[in-house]
Design a protein around this ligand. Sequence first.
Ligand code: CA
Length: 229
Amino acid sequence: MREKILVVEDEEAIRDILTHYLKKEGYEVFEAECGEMALELINDKRMDLVLLDLMLPDIGGYDVCRSISSKHKIPIIMLTAKNDIVDKILGLELGADDYITKPFDIREVLVRIKVALRRMEDLIRIENKDEETIKLPYDIEIFINSREVYKDCNLIKLKPKEFQLLLILAENRKVVFTRNKLLEKVWGFDFEGESRTVDVHIQRIRKKLGIEKGDALIETVFGLGYKML
Ligand code: CA
């Protein structure tokens, strides 16, 4: 799959140059012209790297950087016209991985991106021993520790109970669960819910995952309950 790069830069000319060369290198490129847009995109897509301009019209680059690195493990390369050593240190402390000053040589940018991506790959490989994931059909992936679900690399926003329900089924594929068993496992022994609660949640999960009736993933077992294929 092509690596996704987010270019955060308010100057259109610079953004265009970066986007042009990054696409030419084979990356999938997303553009944001302000900090707010950048944070929105980051929450929706699983980006592989962020090129971040320091001087943005709304939220400053440092704050964007801090916000991204507190929630996500994505390499951030800061772009700035400032050639001040203090800025470099501050940027790196806030979670940036690298620093490029403008005007830049595009070849240098590309090399730095490759280095940062490779470094992250190594890191992920080491950490993946801990981060457990479950891969499902239809390009669905569940990240158990961070409790996130992605489909085609897009974050699917599930409520906690929906996540729990999906996880139980995904961890026990081909096992039929009765509605009562699911109620007990997800809502707890004390929950005096109706089995219809389970049906409603299953429907929501199917909808959010874009699983239509024809695409079997969570199957209704008539008279019994549900199972994941
Ligand atoms: Ca700028």
